[in-house]
Ligand binder design. Structure first.
Ligand code: AVI
Length: 361
């Protein structure tokens, strides 16, 4: 069993640390998640001493992904400190319309969204990051009593929570350090309150279809029967707009993609030469998704995580899928997870959508 390591445990409650342990153990491929946690938690004198070594699952995923016939890596590994900063930069480019369109849409519909939030409710945000878009909702819905941001990055959560606590003193802010795709428990601040989930940014598009259904099912379980879930989704559109968004003219997305190789070099003792790869963004009409790849410029050998991998000239390493939906295709996906579409709002061009989902009656 790998040693599990939780970073930044100081000052975290037992529940918060358990949440991280739970999701990390799950990501590391334990079937008996609760046993693994039991063992690790009870084995430690203090919770601060319990550590999840996320490098174990990173190494395992890199070895598996680079050994596959079609080389691939999970996109969650984009987001180290540099990757998170580059993603913020992508969101500010002219070509990446998703953030701009969704923010403008949220600004327009904030009052309508707020009207569907019950008195005393808890807003639960999945993958909150800087919580930038959340402020639009918080400003429009003073009836909210609690805000529960969930994010794997303790630093991002701490910073965002401190700023929100300063700006919304009436709100109880209860951050949860966890991978929102894993298992975690909501903090006491959400107990006994109606819950509204918030999942903007079209991140749901980064899952494969089954993964998206699993996430929506777990959100349904976590939020409960009286809940609503507000989900931001990118819509299918012309290929030129999509391609420019994932291969922006300033080259920020290319740097974001190649940063994955730099992360492997740093964390897993790799010797990737990022210049030996080209960034490739392409539209896959069969799966209705934008794909990102890194294409080897030459035949060469790379060492990483104690293994050797050979790349042929022109061979692709598949690094991300970003699914694009129609109103119907997303409604069908949500229905598979037990949600019905109660309302849909669509932005100006380039179009993205915001859905209000409610549990099937
Ligand atoms: C985080 N996610 C929704 C982004 C997307 O559009 O799929 C990640 C991204 N990849 C390239 N550009 C942005």
């Amino acid at each position: 069993m790998p040693l599990i390591r939780v970073d930044a445990t100081k000052g975290r409650s037992e529940d918060e640390i358990r949440n991280v342990l739970d999701s990390e153990a799950h990501l590391s491929g334990f079937n008996e998640v609760s046993d693994a946690i039991q063992f690790l938690v009870s084995d430690a004198e203090t919770f601060a001493a319990v550590q999840i070594d996320t490098r174990d699952s990173f190494a395992a995923d890199v070895i598996t992904g680079l050994s596959a016939r079609h080389k691939q890596l999970p996109p969650k590994y984009f987001y180290d400190a540099t990757g998170s900063r580059l993603f913020e930069e992508i969101c500010r480019t002219d070509d990446y319309y998703v953030t701009r369109s969704e923010t403008a849409l949220l600004r327009n519909i904030a009052e309508e969204l707020a009207a569907g939030i019950p008195q005393g409710a808890a807003l639960v945000e999945f993958g909150s990051g800087e919580s930038a878009k959340t402020r639009l909702l918080l400003d429009a819905a003073p009836q909210l009593s609690a805000y529960v941001p969930i994010d794997i990055s303790a630093d991002a959560l701490d910073q965002a929570s401190a700023m929100l606590a300063r700006d919304y003193p009436q709100l109880s802010i209860a951050p949860v350090v966890a991978d929102f795709t894993g298992h975690f428990r909501l903090p006491a601040a959400a107990d006994g309150r109606p819950r509204v989930g918030f999942f903007p940014g079209s991140t749901v598009g980064n899952f494969d279809r089954d993964g998206a259904v699993r996430f929506l099912q777990s959100a349904r379980r976590i939020l409960g029967d009286q809940a609503a879930l507000l989900v931001g989704v990118d819509l299918v559109k012309d290929e030129a707009t999509l391609s420019a968004a994932y291969d922006d003219s300033q080259g920020v997305t290319a740097r974001f993609n190649k940063n994955l190789l730099i992360r492997i070099n740093r964390e897993l003792g790799g010797d990737f030469d990022p210049d030996a790869f080209d960034h490739l963004a392409l539209w896959n009409p069969v799966h209705s998704r934008m794909e990102m790849h890194l294409v080897s410029r030459k035949d060469h050998i790379v060492n990483a995580a104690g293994h050797t991998f050979s790349f042929r000239s022109g061979e692709r390493l598949h690094t991300e899928n970003s699914h694009k939906f129609t109103i119907d295709s997303f409604a069908q996906l949500a229905a598979r997870a037990g949600w019905s579409v109660a309302n849909t709002w669509i932005s100006d061009e380039p179009r993205v959508a915001m859905f209000r989902l409610e549990p099937h009656p």
